[in-house]
Design a protein around this ligand. Structure first.
Ligand code: SF4
Ligand code: FES
Length: 247
C-alpha cells in the first residue's frame, strides 16, 4: 500500500505545532498502524530528519500507552481497538490519513503525538488502591465474592488508562476512566472500607487536574478500546451522592 499521512509535528510544549504531510510507500496491509509509523520514522532518520515521537509499549492492546487521534477518532476507525492493534488493511491504497495527539487541557502535548498523561496518575494516587493488613496470606475463599460482582469488577478493571475517553469528550472529562477505577475496587469486599473517601478524593483529583465535567455526551464509551460502559458513570455518581450523605 502507498499512503500519505498528515502528522501533527510539535517540537515541544511551547511550539505551536503544525500538520506535515509524508508519503509512506510499500506498506503491508498486515502491518499495524504503529509499524507503519516505524517505517516512516526509519525513512526520516535515514534522511537526517527528526522522527515522529509517539507513545507505545506492549503493542498488544493491554498497556494503554499508544494514543493518537486517527482521522478525527481516538484510536482510529475500528471499534474496540487500540492504535497498536489497528491494521493497515482497514485503510485503502492511496488514502490520506490524519494523525494527531490527544487534545485535552489536562493532557498537554510534550512532543508530536506524545501527551503528558500524569494527570491520570494523580487520580489513581488519590484513591485507586485498597489498604490490607500485612501478614500471612488469608485462607482461600475466606472473603466470598458473588460471581456477578466479580465479573462486573473485572469488566471495570479492563480499563487500560489510555485516555481516549478524555480525547473524545467535548468537555475533556475523565469521568469514564475514574468511574472504571472506582467501580473496579468498589464492587469487591476488599474495596469497601475506603469506598467513600475513594470516590470523593478521586473526583477531587480529577477536578484539580483540569478535566472537564461530564454532560453525558457518550463519546467516551464509543471510542473506548475496552468497551467500558457509560453505566459506570451512573454508578460513580450514586457512590458520590452516598459518600456526601455519609460525610
Ligand atoms: S475508560 Fe476506556 S478510553 Fe478511558 S482510559 Fe479506560 S480504556 Fe481508555
Ligand atoms: S501499545 Fe500498549 S495498548 Fe497499545
Amino acid at each position: 500500500m502507498d499512503i500519505q499521512v498528515r502528522v501533527w509535528r510539535q517540537s515541544g510544549p511551547s511550539d505551536s505545532g503544525r500538520m506535515v504531510t509524508y508519503d509512506v510507500k510499500d506498506i503491508s496491509p498486515d502491518a499495524s498502524f504503529l509499524e507503519m509509523l516505524d517505517v516512516l520514522n526509519e525513512k526520516l532518520i535515514l534522511d537526517g530528519d527528526d522522527p515522529v515521537a509517539f507513545d507505545h509499549d506492549c503493542r498488544e492492546g493491554i498497556c494503554g500507552a499508544c494514543s493518537m487521534v486517527i482521522d478525527g477518532v481516538a484510536h482510529g476507525p475500528e471499534k474496540a481497538t487500540t492504535t497498536c492493534q489497528l491494521h493497515m488493511r482497514h485503510f485503502k491504497n492511496g488514502d490520506v490519513i490524519d494523525v494527531e495527539p490527544w487534545r485535552a487541557a489536562a493532557f498537554p502535548v510534550i512532543k508530536d503525538l506524545v501527551v503528558d498523561r500524569t494527570a491520570f496518575d494523580r487520580i489513581i494516587q488519590a484513591g485507586g488502591y485498597i489498604t490490607v493488613p500485612t501478614g500471612a496470606a488469608p485462607e482461600a475463599h475466606s472473603v466470598p465474592v458473588p460471581k456477578k460482582d466479580a465479573d462486573a469488577a473485572f469488566e471495570a478493571a479492563t480499563c487500560i488508562g489510555c485516555g481516549a475517553c478524555v480525547a473524545a469528550c467535548p468537555n475533556g472529562s475523565a469521568m469514564l476512566f475514574t468511574a472504571a477505577k472506582v467501580a473496579h475496587l468498589g464492587l469487591v469486599p476488599q474495596g469497601q472500607p475506603e469506598r467513600d473517601t475513594r470516590v470523593l478524593d478521586m473526583l477531587q483529583a480529577q477536578d484539580d487536574a483540569g478535566f472537564g465535567g461530564c454532560t453525558n455526551a457518550g463519546e467516551c464509551t464509543t471510542v473506548c478500546p475496552k468497551g467500558i460502559p457509560l453505566t459506570l458513570i451512573g454508578r460513580l455518581n450514586a457512590d458520590y451522592r452516598q459518600a456526601l450523605r455519609r460525610q
